[in-house]
Structure formats: structure tokens, C-alpha cells
Design a protein around this ligand. Structure first.
Ligand SMILES: *Cc1c(COP(=O)(O)O)cnc(C)c1O
Length: 362
């Protein structure tokens, strides 16, 4: 088979293994998982791997990705993670559940659910301190009261999101607060909340250290499944594969050059005044990949090759004593930001492979 460059190599069996292990781990205390598909743009074979691994729901922040998965014939419960507005009609058509924080949006969802002769399920997101999406606690009961007047909606749960914008850590305190709310809401409104979604890949440490998860019965995982790590300290989770995705690009120039640019220094391509360290003449390589394709700061090149810098279409490497020739392939590990970008780049070919230089966290 012809290998395209640049390409992202994806090992489906490792994604399935990671998912299975996480389902077993969190399942021990009754926590179900939503497999979060946005980083792979709802790529159907990756989603199938997550479903085989045991996730109960597939969740995405983009309705277009959910539509794509449905069109590919994937059958599961689809959850829209980002609160919708102008896309309400499509959300009711394509998602079974959506996360919400605004009454105006809920009115639209209820309206379109009525038109489509459906009941749309919602999870209300509660602000627990990270300051991204969420209804403030002081407004929550009034919000629920209003939501209950909307005929074609069903409140199936509450949730919160942490460690995203504000970097607030999920801990015993905020998880307990979310958990307590469940009891109060169920009592006040005679509701039964099936889903209590406590967070994302940042909830690992909390989970490992808590003896009692309370009412929390769901988490939404992207990064842990794909990259095998938690996201408070970006530590690998024991037993998980950390290299299910590898980016591969080709060397298009390899030369000895001085490490200091010569000529008068002005702004670089992105408006910064660059600053360089003189290391003498070094062997350097350029790979055909750039800031239009990935978040270069989230890449790690193999063999300790050092990334010196990048422009929109070129990454410049110090190839050390490693004599790279043009046409050679360079492998990169990706962080979540780079993975998101690489999967979104139309220039990077997605290729499924059966194995790679596997790494399992000890
Ligand atoms: C992206 C997203 C997630 C997944 O986060 P990870 O850190 O990748 O596990 C969970 N919840 C919401 C609301 C998201 O937008």
C-alpha cells in the first residue's frame, strides 16, 4: 500500500484496549463513560473502536460530527456536548441528548422537538468554578422550574466541566457539591436524574483518591482514551497505550547551517522578533509539515530530534548527529491540541495501521 505523507497513523486496537480498560476502571464504582469523538472529527472506525471498548454514549461538541457518524451507520446514543443555538433543529434531529445552559436555546429545542414529534433529552450543565459553560448555582432551581414547563424536553441529568478554561481541578469538594445537588433537585422536583456527569479526563486523580463517588455516575473521556493520560498533570494512566496516534512527515531539506540567522533581524512570519542561541554550525532538517497542519508546540519528534521552529508549512529540526536524508520519514508524538489540529488538517492523510512502536504506560 502506498503511504502518503504527511500522515497520521492510528492504531484502532490500542484505542479499543484503552477504552476497555477505562470502562473497567470507572465501572468499578458505577461510572459509565461517554467516548468523546471531537478530536477525531467523528471518524467512524475510531468510534467503532470506542464502542467495542464499552462506552455507553458517544459525545461530540459539533453536530456536524454527530451527523457524519449517524450517516456512517453508527448506532448508539449521541450526545452534543456544546450548548447549541442556531443549530437547534439539527440537534433535535441528530442528537439524543444535548448539554444546555440557556432557556432561550431550550425553548428552540422544545419547539423543534414538537415539530419533529420527538422528545429531546437534556443535561443541564452547572457552573462549578471553571467558568466555561454552566448555570450559576443561585439560578439553578429557577432554571429547572422554567425548563420543566417546556413540553417536548426531558431533563435526564446534570453535569459540570472543570479543568478546561479556568484550570480548576476536580476534587472531593466540587464533586461532592455536584453530588449533593442531585439529591436536592430530585427531592424538590420529583425528578430522577439518570446522568450525573462529573467531568472529563481531568477527573482521574479525584477518582483514584476518592472512596465514595456519591451520585456521580458518568464521565466524558477524550484524551484518556486517545493518548492514555489524565489531564491534571498529563501523567500516563497505568496500562494504557500512549502512542495510538503518530504523525509522520518527510524530510525535504537536510543541510549543515549556522545556528544564527545572518542579516538584519525583523519580524518573522507570525509577527514575532525571533531570538537565537549560537551553537555553531549544525546539521538541520526541514520536514514538510507546519502550523497550518498542527499545533507545533504540542509535537515531540522521535530520537530526541529538537524542533527549532516552524512556519506555516515547514518545521525545522536540529537533527543532531542523526544524519537525516531527504525522503526520510520523521515520527512525532502528539498532545491533544496537536491531535485536534492534525485530524482537522485536510493535508494530513489518516491511515489505520495494525501496530507501531507501541508504548504502554507502566
Ligand atoms: C471535549 C470535552 C470533553 C472531553 O475532554 P477530555 O479532556 O478530552 O477528556 C468533556 N466534556 C466536554 C464538555 C468537552 O467539551
Amino acid at each position: 500500500m502506498k503511504s502518503f505523507l504527511p500522515r497520521i497513523e492510528i492504531v484502532l486496537s490500542q484505542i479499543r484496549d484503552n477504552t476497555r480498560l477505562l470502562c473497567e476502571l470507572y465501572g468499578k464504582q458505577g461510572i459509565s463513560l461517554m467516548g468523546v469523538s471531537k478530536a477525531v472529527l467523528g471518524e467512524p472506525s475510531v468510534i467503532e473502536a470506542m464502542l467495542q471498548g464499552g462506552v455507553k454514549f458517544i459525545a461530540d461538541s459539533r453536530i456536524e460530527n454527530i451527523q457524519k457518524m449517524r450517516n456512517a451507520g453508527i448506532s448508539t446514543q449521541f450526545v452534543l456536548l456544546r450548548t447549541p443555538l442556531s443549530q437547534a433543529e439539527s440537534v433535535v434531529r441528530n442528537a439524543d441528548i444535548s448539554f444546555n445552559t440557556e432557556i432561550e436555546t431550550l425553548r428552540k429545542l422544545s419547539y423543534f422537538a414538537k415539530v419533529q414529534n420527538k422528545q429531546h433529552q437534556i443535561v443541564i450543565m452547572v457552573e462549578m468554578g471553571d467558568l466555561r459553560e454552566g448555570v450559576m448555582l443561585c439560578d439553578l432551581f429557577q432554571f429547572i422550574r422554567k425548563t420543566l414547563t417546556l413540553s417536548h424536553l426531558k431533563i435526564v441529568g446534570i453535569g459540570c466541566n472543570l479543568a478546561c478554561y479556568g484550570g480548576v481541578k476536580p476534587d472531593g469538594k466540587n464533586m461532592h457539591a455536584l453530588s449533593e445537588l442531585v439529591d436536592r433537585i430530585e427531592k424538590e422536583f420529583q425528578l430522577s436524574l439518570e446522568i450525573v456527569s462529573g467531568g472529563n479526563s481531568a477527573n482521574y486523580e479525584w477518582y483514584k483518591s476518592t472512596l465514595n463517588v456519591g451520585n456521580i455516575n458518568n464521565l466524558r473521556l477524550g484524551e484518556s482514551i486517545f493518548l492514555g493520560c489524565e489531564t491534571v498533570n498529563r501523567k500516563a494512566i497505568p496500562g494504557l497505550h500512549t502512542r495510538a496516534f503518530q504523525l509522520v512527515a518527510e524530510v525535504i531539506e537536510s543541510k549543515k547551517k549556522p545556528s544564527l540567522p545572518f542579516g538584519e533581524i525583523c519580524q518573522d512570519a507570525f509577527g514575532n522578533i525571533p531570538n537565537f542561541q549560537d551553537r555553531g554550525v549544525r546539521q538541520r532538517a526541514i520536514v514538510a509539515l507546519g502550523r497550518q497542519d498542527v499545533l507545533v508546540s504540542g509535537l515531540q519528534a522521535e530520537n530526541k530530534l529538537e524542533i527549532l521552529g516552524a512556519s506555516s508549512d515547514h518545521i525545522i529540526l536540529d537533527s543532531r548527529n542523526y544524519n537525516l536524508k531527504i525522503g526520510d520519514e520523521v515520527n512525532f508524538n502528539l498532545d491533544y491540541g496537536s491531535l485536534l489540529a492534525a485530524m482537522t488538517s485536510p493535508f494530513i492523510q489518516k491511515q489505520f495501521v495494525s501496530c507501531n512502536r507501541s508504548a504502554i504506560a507502566a
